[in-house]
Design a binder for this molecule. Structure first.
Ligand code: ASP
Length: 344
């Protein structure tokens, strides 16, 4: 007798597999047959997608699009991406980023200081070294050797203010990604959540794209959780956790509490679920359910979201809590879509 798993595997590569997958697609998912398409996390993704689209719409490579796209966010004033972001608890901004292309080439930097575009350094690691990941001082040295300017060691005015606020209590807790849905009009209609003190503490940008040649790539860049322990890395620079691309199947990126994304090899898990025949939204939901199972009661205190695209251009997302949104851009679509979520 054929069990359900074998049935899904057996049908995944046939026309019937995709019919089956469509049947299990939940509401809120976007099903696109036309590509190129680019999707990215949070409302900053709207601006990042525009830059990616410049490349995709001219028939350019998804890899170039996902690099140029997130560079926009790295240059913006953002709580949680680029040199303007919140520092660690010792007052230093440390950046993490990774990138992956259609050939399973990948590059990553972590605990990188004073470099404006960690995503481009991650790409150089991928293209110019025999390694996948460089961290800390070594990553910085490599960046400088590659011609990236060493920026000043100083906090942006808004990060300085946030840090001063945080210093009043200097209370170190493990990165707490608040899940209260206090939305801020200035930050967009589907804003990420705020901490009790009114500060943003997560807003990583993850981007995945399918280009006109049908190839996938992805990027992810962050300063990580605000006021983290010095040296702490989350999921964002880790291939398979914050990002994973398999050009035969699909691509996924993650945002939220990195520790819990790592625990389930989140983005890789989502892509493997897509390989079994699940549409992106369902694959994301199943990975979120896995985190909730692992965390038990504590899942109510954390936010994690996955955002995925299939090889044929279907996209979908799922989060633990309300409040996550993703930006999408295709030839006739440019919008911010609220993600479905588990905890009501
Ligand atoms: N995933 C990031 C981290 O844990 C944080 C975020 O997405 O906001 O470093």
């Amino acid at each position: 007798m054929i069990n359900r798993r074998k049935f899904l595997q057996a049908t995944a590569f046939t026309g019937f597999g995709s019919v089956l997958a469509k049947k299990v697609m939940a509401s809120g998912a976007v099903n696109l047959k036309d590509y190129p398409v680019v999707i990215s996390t949070w409302d900053a993704g709207l601006r990042a997608n525009k830059a990616a689209w410049e490349i995709l719409s001219k028939g350019g490579r998804a890899l170039d699009a996902v690099e140029k796209g997130v560079m926009v966010t790295e240059s913006e004033q953002n709580c949680c991406v680029g040199l303007g972001a919140n520092p660690d608890r010792d007052g230093f901004v440390t950046l993490d980023a990774c990138i992956m292309d259609e050939f399973a080439n990948c590059g990553s930097v972590a605990f990188l200081e004073r470099i404006k575009h960690p995503i481009s350094v991650a790409r150089r690691v991928m293209e110019k070294t025999p390694h996948v990941m460089l961290v800390g001082e070594g990553a910085q040295q490599f960046a400088v050797t590659e011609g990236f300017p060493l920026e000043k060691q100083e906090l942006s005015p808004s990060a300085q203010k946030s840090y001063e606020n945080w210093l009043k209590k200097s209370e170190y807790k493990p990165p707490a990604i608040n899940v209260e849905s206090k939305q801020n009009k200035d930050h967009g209609p589907f804003a990420p959540n705020k901490l009790e003190n009114g500060e943003w503490n997560h807003d990583t940008i993850g981007m995945v794209a399918l280009d006109a040649n049908g190839n996938l790539s992805g990027s992810c860049t962050t300063s990580g959780a605000g006021f983290k322990m010095r040296g702490r890395l989350g999921d964002s620079p880790i291939i398979g956790a914050g990002l994973f691309v398999d050009n035969e199947v699909g691509a996924c990126t993650a945002t939220g509490q990195g520790e819990d994304v790592i625990r389930v090899a989140g983005s890789h898990t989502v892509v493997e679920l897509m390989r079994q025949g699940f549409l992106p939204e369902i694959a994301c939901k199943k990975a979120i359910e896995r985190i909730i199972k692992v965390k038990g009661e504590k899942a109510k205190d954390i936010q994690v979201a996955f955002l995925a695209i299939s090889k044929s251009g279907e996209v979908g997302a799922y989060a633990i809590h309300k409040g996550f949104s993703y930006a999408i851009k295709t030839k006739d679509k440019e919008e911010l879509i609220p993600s479905n979520y588990i905890m009501r």
